[in-house]
Design a protein around this ligand. Sequence first.
Ligand code: ZN
Length: 311
Amino acid sequence: MMKKYIFFITILLLIGGGITLGINRSKQSVGTTKEKFTVVTTLFPLYDFVKNIGGDFVDVTLLLPPGVEAHSFEPKPSDIVRIDASDLFVYTGKFMEPWAEDIIKGVTNKNMQSVDASIGIDLMKLTPGMPDEANGLDPHIWLDFDNDKKMIHTLTSALIAKDPLHTAYYHNREEDYMEKFTVLDYKYKLSLENCATKEVIYGGHYAFGYLAHRYALEYLAAQGLAPDAEPTPRDLIKLVDQVKKNNIKYVFYEELTSPKIAETIAKETNAKMLLLNASHNVSKEDIESGVSFLDIMEANRASLTEGLQCE
Ligand SMILES: [Zn+2]
């Protein structure tokens, strides 16, 4: 009796296994030829967004090598090959990556889709009085948490279009991830409500216009939209005078470049220095330690709360 029962169970298991194998096989032949599809993104925020939404079904890589400055980045032939071989290419927008549109036009892989993550987002003009550039539109859209939500939604739609089988999975992750930006935004509002000063003096390029606008801060940067141009002595003197006049205790410096401008201002004014990381890209150590965009924004909140002496 017992023997018969075990035999029956064994047969059931075998049939079950066979059916499962059959399903897997048909999935592989019918589906998009491989389990994970590949996404190449230009900047770190986009990379981290896709990783968070795509989870187990997306193989995402960052085009920028670790530590490389984003504005001066120009894709090498090998980068173009990587983009061409991908299923999805995500870039911030034509003001951040002016080279992207030409590459997309030249792509030979018919399966490759591209996503302009700035779709549906109003780009801000530079604050009057700031060093200007040709187009005068600020490409740092990811430094506004509402814009991040729009980008996350755009990216979710792109993943679903590529892989509709996992629509519910991507939607659930999108919802969970967006919730974290709602919480972060709320924490920023609370933290920056009561501060001794509203002036963010930045010894770097003009990157935090969106964030300053969102939380009603005043933002003065030593450089224009990209970190390659040296500030003029006149611009530096203006910043130093501003710090002295308003008795500002902290100046902020940017990631991945030499903090020498902030150091000069700090030395002249006895101000202390704090990192304010615009997270265009991350260092090799950051990649290895698995730092997230939300981690970086949380660290910025701590820096701002200390530097602006908020209660
Ligand atoms: Zn920038």
